[in-house]
Ligand binder design. Structure first.
Ligand SMILES: Cc1cc2nc3c(=O)[nH]c(=O)nc-3n(C[C@H](O)[C@H](O)[C@H](O)COP(=O)(O)OP(=O)(O)OC[C@H]3O[C@@H](n4cnc5c(N)ncnc54)[C@H](O)[C@@H]3O)c2cc1C
Ligand code: FES
Length: 280
C-alpha cells in the first residue's frame, strides 16, 4: 500500500499527488513511469513520475481525470493508500550532452515534460519551452517551466492566456528566429506530437516523442502498447516511452488509441455515477 501524502488540484481536471514510494523514488529518472491501481479491483493506470525526492522517498504524479481509472485515483484523499504501484518502468529520457533543446508540451503532457526540461537545465543546456493549452482555465505548471527555461512561450487555442495559437506556431517562430536546437522533445496528445514532428522534419531537427498507448502489464508481455517505429514493431513500455518522432507511425497509433473508445465510455459513465462527478 502506498500512502498519499499531499493532494492538490492544478486545474478543474488535473490533480497532483505526492505518494510515499521509497524504492521507486530511489531509482526514478525523468521520462520513467509507474503503473498503479487505486483499489484492488481497479484498472491498472500508467502515470509518469513528475518529480521524485530520493531522501524523503516520495514521488509526485500529475494526472488528468479522464475516465474510470483516474476518477478512482482522484477519489482518494491525503492519508489514504493506493493499492499497488510498480516502477520505475520504461527507459529514462536521454539528456546527456544536449546543448540547446526546445521542449514542447501540450496539456497534461506538460507534467511529463517538466522533469525532463528540469534535468536539461540542471545539466547546463539552454532550454526553450513551449507549453500549450485549450484555454486559460487549463494552464498548469507555468511558473515551474518559467523557473527552468531560458525562454518560455505559453500558448492557448483561444488566446485567453499567453499567445493565441498552437504550439507548432510558437515552435516554428523560434526556429525561424535562428535558434538552432540539438533536439526538440515533445509530449502531449498524439495529434500534437504528430504535427510537431512534421514541423521539425521540414527543418531537419531531431525530435523525441513520448508515446502513451494503452498499457496493461508494462513489462513487454501483453502487446497492448505495440507501435510501429521505423517499420519495426516496438513496445512502448520497454522500448520507450521515448522514440524518434520522425520514425513513429502516428496514424496507426491514433487508430489503436480509438479501439477501446466504446468500452471506456461505458466505464466512465459508470464511474461518474459512482463518484458523482462529471468528466469532460
Ligand atoms: C507511459 C504513460 C505515461 C502516462 N503518464 C501520464 C501522466 O503523467 N498523466 C496523465 O494524466 N496521463 C498519463 N498517461 C495517460 C493515462 O494513463 C490515461 O489517461 C489513463 O490510463 C486513463 O484511464 P481512465 O480509466 O481514467 O480513462 P479511460 O476512459 O479508460 O481512457 C481515457 C483515455 O486514456 C487512455 N488510456 C486508457 N487506459 C489506458 C491505459 N491502461 N494505458 C494508457 N492509456 C490509457 C486512452 O487514450 C483513452 O482513450 C500516461 C500513459 C502512458 C502509457
Ligand atoms: S504494456 Fe504490455 S507489452 Fe507494453
Amino acid at each position: 500500500m502506498f500512502e498519499i501524502l499531499e493532494k492538490q488540484a492544478l486545474n478543474q481536471t488535473v490533480t497532483r499527488i505526492c505518494v510515499h514510494a521509497p524504492l521507486v523514488a530511489r531509482k526514478a529518472e525523468p521520462g520513467q513511469f509507474v503503473i498503479l491501481r487505486a483499489k484492488e479491483n481497479s484498472e491498472r493506470i500508467p502515470l509518469t513520475i513528475a518529480e521524485y525526492d530520493r531522501e524523503q522517498g516520495n514521488i509526485t504524479l500529475i494526472f488528468q481525470v479522464m475516465g474510470a481509472g483516474t476518477l478512482e485515483i482522484d477519489s482518494l484523499g491525503v492519508g489514504e493508500h493506493l493499492q499497488d504501484l510498480v516502477g520505475p518502468l520504461g527507459k529514462a529520457t536521454e539528456t546527456e550532452g544536449r546543448k540547446k533543446v526546445c521542449v514542447v508540451g501540450g496539456g497534461v503532457g506538460c507534467a511529463i515534460a517538466l522533469p525532463i526540461a528540469k534535468k536539461l537545465h540542471e545539466q547546463g543546456a539552454v532550454v526553450h519551452s513551449v507549453i500549450g493549452f485549450r484555454n486559460q482555465a487549463l494552464v498548469i505548471l507555468e511558473d515551474a517551466f518559467r523557473a527552468i527555461s531560458d525562454e518560455l512561450r505559453v500558448m492557448t487555442d483561444d488566446g485567453s492566456h499567453g499567445e493565441k495559437g498552437l504550439v507548432t506556431t510558437a515552435l516554428e517562430t523560434l526556429i525561424n528566429a535562428g535558434n538552432q536546437y540539438d533536439e526538440v522533445i515533445t509530449i502531449g496528445p498524439l495529434i500534437m506530437m504528430k504535427f510537431v514532428c512534421l514541423v521539425t522534419k521540414k527543418y531537419g531537427i531531431k525530435t523525441v516523442v513520448s508515446m502513451n498507448p494503452i498499457m496493461i502489464d508494462g513489462t513487454g508481455m501483453c502487446g497492448g502498447c505495440r507501435l510501429t517505429v521505423g517499420g519495426e514493431i516496438k513496445f512502448a513500455c520497454v522500448d520507450g516511452p521515448d522514440f524518434d518522432g520522425h520514425q513513429v507511425d502516428f496514424d496507426e497509433a491514433l487508430r489503436r488509441g480509438e479501439m477501446y473508445r466504446e468500452f471506456e465510455q461505458h466505464e466512465r459513465e459508470t464511474a461518474c455515477k459512482l463518484f458523482d462527478r462529471e468528466v469532460r
